[in-house]
Design a protein around this ligand. Sequence first.
Ligand SMILES: O=c1ccn([C@@H]2O[C@H](COP(=O)(O)O)[C@@H](O)[C@H]2O)c(=O)[nH]1
Length: 275
Amino acid sequence: MNSTELVKHIENKRSFLCVGLDTDPVLIPAAFQKEVDPVFAFNKAVIDATADYAVAYKPNIAFYEAFGPKGWESLQKTMEYMPKDVFTIADAKRGDIGNTAYKYAQTFFDPNCAGFNFDSVTVAPYMGHDSVEPFLRFEDKWVILLALTSNPGGHDFQMTKSEDYIPLYERVMRLAQSWGSPEEMMFVIGATRSDFLQKVREIAPDNFFLVPGVGAQGGSLEDVAKYAMNSRVGLLVNSSRGIIYAGDNPAIDAKREAKKIQEEMSMYLDEYYIK
Ligand SMILES: O=c1ccn([C@@H]2O[C@H](COP(=O)(O)O)[C@@H](O)[C@H]2O)c(=O)[nH]1
């Protein structure tokens, strides 16, 4: 999906919500456990319940690969079930030398390889340009680089400063913009980093940000919208547990939560979105 289509879906749905499909077999409600593939059955119910309110879905790959071939099959079926008008993110956090990175890119982007056709994949940038470039060879596909993550340990390295006092996350964001255009590169910025939202938007005015950390991790959606929106919205805000485990019945509970977030987003689009 290219950026024009993505922005069109955001404007049409008045939403920049990404639903995280972090589907843990242990947490799936009992009603789905009797299905042949409980993970897929649950994901299907979540997608049905939330598709009117979400513009993106983000299966975190860890929740699938933990179960080997069975997990990959659930992911495959989930991807085949995705509505056409949503942006898909393989949250895989890959990163390796060039030829290996290309294999990772094929895994998620090339339908003739593993069979997936994700729009984007999350990548750790710390092995440098040649570890990211292979992902950029695929047309209309996106690389989403970890910049300022939402977890407490994100501080350990991302905030460290070199002799010129530039923190590592900033160095990553500035240098990475010379590797690829804002039409193919996003950054992960945690919603929990509210003090830095203005700064990261200043560093990367045109890129989309994938923002995890609202919902279960407590980040403020309003702060994200207020400080990090740009002239094409430029945000995909993810909530996983807060939506998918909102209750035992996704048709009611996941729908309610997704709708609530979408309504809030719609309000913030009125308030903060300047095209
Ligand atoms: O900085 C980061 C990068 C990725 N994540 C991922 O996003 C979701 C968040 O899930 P919640 O249940 O909404 O907290 C999950 O898949 C993480 O691995 C992140 O949280 N922070």
